[in-house]
Design a protein around this ligand. Structure first.
Ligand code: UGA
Length: 441
């Protein structure tokens, strides 16, 4: 099937390559010529494991093209909207400028029977408004939220854990005739994952839009729950990692997303819970989501606490001290630094008078551009040279594996802060380090 993918960022680039791999003929469209040029030459514009291989495989089939020309969407049966919905400057709500622009650019190129498939994360009500504007074109809107994780994006797209179709529905909540036709087309698009047994949830627009923000809110809540427990552990001498292990054995709770530490960042969880609260306020049900305010507050407190811990371990002040920060990306296997806890803590410590040197295996170019005032080093050893404190802020595998004895030979003082609770305290203490972490004695 011929499909267009509008917006070629973390979501769209991966979606375009994956759709080509699933056998479709794909054109990726983005307003950023630098990005489409890179993608057209088979180069991923950002770090995502598996994406270069997916682009190469798709290019080899001759079924994947990229352009800045919105007219290239004409002739596609399905048009995926994959643009970003960042937090609006100075507000909690989502900025829908890119959705609006992409939709307006697509409208003149739609033909009757086309599907416009929204994948962007939007405030509930957006799909209904967009669908209204399609009535004169004869195209149908479907809301089909995306649940991919950065770092696993290709795998999550080709083998999703569920598919959700938000369809136009009648007064009884059943799909309309257009909705049923749209579902049949999407079944063709996703023939492979469906044949693999991927569960499918068919629902109305509102439910589909809410599914996405509800899922991210739940994940954020789970992380903040364990980080709240970490605060309790800090004041009682308990160990949050053991606590997480113990409660995680209960299947109803589960151990995943119970890793305490510097908390969540990135381009999704933080802005999604805020946009969700803003939307609930507009709908007059802000009380229903007031707990998310606390989820956000707990998350932000962890960053402050980490700076305090650095001060504590250095005898009361970090002024003039050298601090090595291992990690700049918001999580491993990504070069994404949007709302990165690592960089937020690094910048705070620098502002408070420390000399901070940051390292990261993939995110240094992005970090340098966003935070030019920090110092940067290519390796953990270089960053840690003469350091008074080493902070592990993003749990890249190479930092988890660091040899405390070897690293001990380059630092000025053997003090390590484990911002992700991934180092073995016994091994580090045995090598003469002062080891401190969030939520551990
Ligand atoms: C998140 C969701 O997990 C995806 O399902 C969703 O599709 C995506 O947002 C999106 O909305 O597009 P992502 O932002 O890639 O994916 O990152 P996560 O793996 O969810 O991690 C988010 C943050 O939580 C990271 O900073 C990570 O370090 C932190 N985290 C995660 C913890 O602090 N503790 C944990 O136990 C797990």
């Amino acid at each position: 099937m011929r499909v267009s993918v509008i917006g070629c960022g973390y979501l769209g680039a991966v979606h375009a390559a994956s759709m080509a791999q699933l056998g479709h003929e794909v054109v990726g469209i983005d307003v950023d010529a630098a990005k489409t040029d890179l993608l057209a030459s088979g180069t991923a514009p950002f770090y995502e494991p598996g994406l270069p291989e997916a682009l190469a495989a798709a290019r080899a089939t001759g079924r994947l093209a990229f352009t800045t020309d919105p007219a290239a969407a004409a002739g596609s049966r399905v048009h995926f909207l994959c643009v970003g919905t960042p937090q609006q400057h100075g507000e909690f709500r989502a900025d829908l400028t890119y959705v609006e622009d992409a939709f307006a650019a697509l409208l003149p190129h739609l033909a009757p029977g086309d599907l416009v498939v929204g994948k962007s994360t939007v405030p509930v009500g957006t799909a209904e408004a967009l669908a209204q504007r399609l009535t004169t074109t004869g195209a149908t809107l479907v809301w089909n939220p995306e649940f991919l994780r950065e770092g696993f994006a290709v795998q999550d797209t080709l083998h999703p854990d569920r598919l959700v179709y938000g369809l136009p529905t009648d007064a009884e909540g059943e799909p309309t005739a257009d909705g049923a036709r749209a579902a049949a087309v999407l079944d063709e698009v996703y023939a492979q994952p469906l044949a693999d047994g991927t569960p499918l949830v068919v629902c109305d627009y509102a439910t589909a839009q809410l599914v996405k923000v509800a899922a991210n809110s739940f994940l954020a809540t789970k992380i903040s729950f364990i980080n709240a427990m970490a605060e309790l552990c800090e004041s009682t001498g308990a160990d949050v990692t053991r606590l997480a292990d113990a409660i995680g054995y209960d299947d109803r709770i589960g151990r995943r997303f119970l890793n305490a530490g510097l908390g969540f960042g990135g381009g999704c969880l933080p802005k999604d819970i805020r946009a969700f609260m803003a939307r609930a306020g507009e709908l007059g049900v802000d009380q229903a989501l007031s707990f998310l305010r606390e989820v956000d507050a707990i998350n932000m407190r962890r960053r402050v606490r980490m700076v305090d811990l650095a001060r504590e371990v250095c005898g009361g002040s970090i002024v003039g001290l050298r601090i090595a920060v291992l990690g700049a990306a918001f999580k491993p296997d990504s070069d994404d630094i949007r709302d990165s806890p690592a960089l937020s803590v690094a910048a705070q410590m620098q502002l408070q008078g420390a000399h901070v040197t940051v390292t990261d295996p993939q995110a240094l170019p992005n970090a340098r551009a966003a935070w030019p005032g920090l110092a940067y080093a290519d390796t953990a050893e270089e960053a840690a040279a003469d350091a008074d404190v080493v902070l592990l802020a993003t749990e890249w595998p190479e930092y988890r594996r660091l040899d405390p004895a070897a690293l001990g030979t380059v630092v000025a003082h053997r003090r390590v802060l484990d911002g992700r609770n991934v180092l073995d305290p016994r091994a580090w203490r045995a090598a003469g380090w002062t080891y401190r972490a969030l939520g551990r004695p």
